[in-house]
Structures are given as C-alpha cells and as structure tokens.
Design a protein around this ligand. Structure first.
Ligand code: SAH
Length: 255
C-alpha cells in the first residue's frame, strides 16, 4: 500500500479568496480534510466530493476535539495511505499548534509538509486600513498571545513589549482585555495610546472599533465585540482614519 502524506495547511484569515494557490491545490487533492473552527467552510467546496471532511473545532456549548484526538486521526488516515490535509485558520505556525502536529507526523514517520497561510493579523490589519509598520510612526510590530496573562510566570513580557515594540497585535486576548491594558499602562504605555479591535477580520461580518488603552475595555463591552477578534495597539491605528474611505470604494466596485 502507498504511504500517505500529511499537509499542514494555512487557510488564511477568513476571506476565502485570501488562501494561497498551493493551499487550494492541496484541498483539491485531499482524501481527508481535518478542519478547524476558524476555517471558512466555503473552502471545503473545493474538495473532491468523496473527500472526507472532519470538523475538529468547538461546537456551540461543547468542548473542541482534544488536540491528541485530532493528531491521532491525522496519523491514522495517513497510515492508511491517504492524503490528509490538516486545514487551519490563518497560518498553521502562528498560534496554530502546527509545529506540534508536524512533530507528531515526524514521530510517526509519515512524510509531511507545511503550507503557510496569511495570518489574521496581516489580513485583518489590511482590511481595517491599519498599516502595521508606517514610516515615521512604527518601525516594528509583534504578534502576542493574550490568553495566558493571568497564569503564574506568564510567558509574555508585557513590560518589554511596552518599551520595545511599536505596534502590538494580540491574538486570543478578548477575555483578558482589561488585564492586558492594565499591564501595558503599568509598564509605561500611555493611556492615550490608540487601540483597535477587529472582529471577524477580512470577512463580510468584519467590525472594527477604535479607542485608547484607557477606554477600550468599556468600548468592547458596549459594542459587544467577541471572538474571533484581534487587538491592535499603537499609533498606526490613527492612520486608519485617512486610509479607510477609498478602500471601501474599491470593495464596492470590484466586490
Ligand atoms: N493560526 C491563526 C491564529 C489562531 S489563534 C492565525 O494565524 O491567524 C485564534 C485567534 O486568532 C483568535 O482568538 C483571534 O484573536 C485571531 N483571529 C483569527 N481569525 C481572525 C479574524 N478573522 N479576525 C480577527 N481575529 C482573528
């Protein structure tokens, strides 16, 4: 029997047209697709009708399939000679556990590849009209997880980020928004620093609200911003005012 292969594939940030050509070709070739909650389901329409589509994300009110179970399925189907596509939102190696899945494939001796995807920070910022770097305003940006800031010995050094990085893009941060803003202000960031929250970036449901570090958690509550959402912090958020109008005109004309 032929050996199977595993493709760990980034599906892009939400807009199905923002997937790469290579990733699309992998979907078209797949025998089995293991896909996550953040993957736009329109993309599954490109798979062969007989391809097995398995949802590994969180169902409303239920836990997601445990990571081990997903990896087990991935290896099991590949061991039966199938082409398994592990399809993940954004980029598989940016807060996507793609590295762990590649290690599992390697440990099982199954040939694998990693196909990058546009991570949501890049897609959502462009769509919302926020340049992550901008001459004279921001010379650096960092992508940071906001999910672990309450843990003891948190892996994120907020003080160093506040001092050393111009634009911060925080993933998985909405539940800890209050804590994150407090940490940054405590570390010397001005409460007047501009902040944007981008919900469902690059999709038809995209919503962006802007405020400052001082006001953003109240604004998020009033506007009921929920996941998936990114927090963008830095002076570049102000450039949005100048960029947005004509960008929307192009969208209206080309669709
Ligand atoms: N691998 C993914 C990130 C997965 S972590 C990537 O590269 O984008 C999940 C977090 O990603 C969410 O909590 C949210 O912060 C962010 N995210 C993913 N898609 C998003 C979208 N369309 N709009 C806003 N945030 C998004």
């Amino acid at each position: 029997m032929r050996t199977g292969i595993i493709s760990i594939v980034g599906a892009g940030p939400g807009d199905p047209e923002l997937i790469t050509v290579k990733a699309l070709r992998r979907i078209q070739n797949a025998d089995v697709i293991l896909y996550d909650r953040l993957v736009n389901e329109e993309l599954l329409g490109f798979a062969r009708p007989e391809a097995l589509r398995i949802y590994c994300g969180k169902a409303p009110g239920r836990h997601s399939m445990p990571q081990e179970a997903t990896e087990h399925l991935m290896v099991e189907h590949a061991a039966m000679g199938k082409h398994v596509v592990r399809l993940k939102g954004g980029d598989p190696l940016v807060f996507g556990r793609g590295g762990e899945e590649a290690l599992t494939a390697a440990a099982a001796g199954i040939p694998y590849e990693i196909i990058p995807g546009m991570t949501s920070a890049i897609g959502a910022a462009a769509s919302a009209g926020i340049p992550l770097t901008h001459r004279g305003i921001a010379a650096s940006f960092a992508v940071v997880t906001g999910s672990r800031c309450r843990e003891h010995g948190a892996p994120v050094d907020w003080a160093a980020l506040a001092r050393g990085v111009d634009t911060l893009v925080i993933y998985m941060g909405m539940a800890n928004l209050g804590e994150i803003r407090a940490q940054l202000i405590q570390s010397g960031k001005s409460a007047a620093t501009p902040v944007a929250l981008i919900e469902n970036g690059t999709t038809a449901l995209e919503r962006t609200v802007t405020g400052t570090l001082g006001t953003i958690d109240k604004l998020a509550a009033v506007m009921k911003i929920s996941n998936p959402a990114l927090i963008v912090i830095g002076e570049v958020v102000n450039v949005r005012e100048q960029l947005l109008g004509l960008q929307q005109t192009v969208r209206a004309q080309i669709g």
